[in-house]
Design a protein around this ligand. Structure first.
Ligand code: BEZ
Length: 225
């Protein structure tokens, strides 16, 4: 029998993102209200004033136009309090050369971390590991990635999966291995080959009857939101 710890929360793909109230650097929020029907990314950091986290948050600060272009709201979390977050933010802005434009959740009682299963005690005592949750406009969890404390996240990969998720939410397609925006996509089995142009805007190239490729239709920002 697998070892399961109910105290540590379990969120699965397709679940409604759990709601919560929390203090943040932008004031108190109720998460579902804050989502407001947008795509969103929630990511956790082990602690304030830690080196890997400082580089990650600085990268998100610099990538503001990329998240905005995709209509994605961003919110971070660490287990320290708002005063500590504010002091740390000044450092991050200085190191990154870009202001912190998104809220950071303070989670000293581990309420949110526990709800989302961000605490992996065998990896890192009672602090949060590097979790990433992508949430769609219907508040469903569409992607989860978990990194250990020692490995900083790849933000090109996070932007790439946001692009992939927004394509697959809008069109009956999936993305092949190593897909990047502009490359061909896989047509869903539900679409007959001769309907491809009407449905995704390009003819399908049939490599196998079960593997048909179509051009990337892209996603306009208004469609992504
Ligand atoms: C870091 O962000 O550098 C870090 C945080 C917790 C444990 C190890 C490293």
């Amino acid at each position: 029998m697998a070892e399961v710890d109910d105290e540590l929360g379990v969120v699965r793909l397709g679940d409604e993102a759990p709601d919560f109230e929390a203090e943040t650097t932008h004031g108190r929020i109720r998460f579902h209200e804050w989502l407001g029907g947008s795509w969103a990314i929630l990511f956790s950091h082990p602690r304030d004033f830690t080196p890997v986290c400082t580089t990650e948050l600085g990268e998100v600060a610099r990538l503001r136009p990329e998240f905005e272009r995709r209509g994605v709201r961003v919110i971070g979390l660490s287990v320290d309090d708002v005063d500590s977050h504010r002091r740390w933010e000044a450092d991050i802005a200085d190191v990154a050369g870009a202001p912190m434009w998104f809220p950071m959740i303070a989670d000293p009682d581990r309420h949110v971390s526990t709800l989302y299963g961000m605490i992996h005690p065998k990896e890192l005592d009672s602090a949060t590991v590097r979790s990433v949750f992508v949430i769609d406009p219907d508040r469903r969890v569409r992607l989860m990635i978990t990194y250990p404390a020692s490995v900083g996240r790849s933000f090109p990969e996070i932007l790439r999966v946001l692009d992939a998720l927004q394509r697959t939410a809008r069109y009956p397609v999936s993305t092949p291995a190593n897909w990047s925006p502009g490359e061909r996509l896989i047509l869903a089995p539900s679409v007959p080959t001769d309907q491809a142009r009407a449905v995704v805007g390009s003819d399908a190239t049939e490599l196998r009857p079960y593997l048909r490729l179509v051009d990337d239709p892209g996603v306009a920002t208004s469609e992504a939101q």
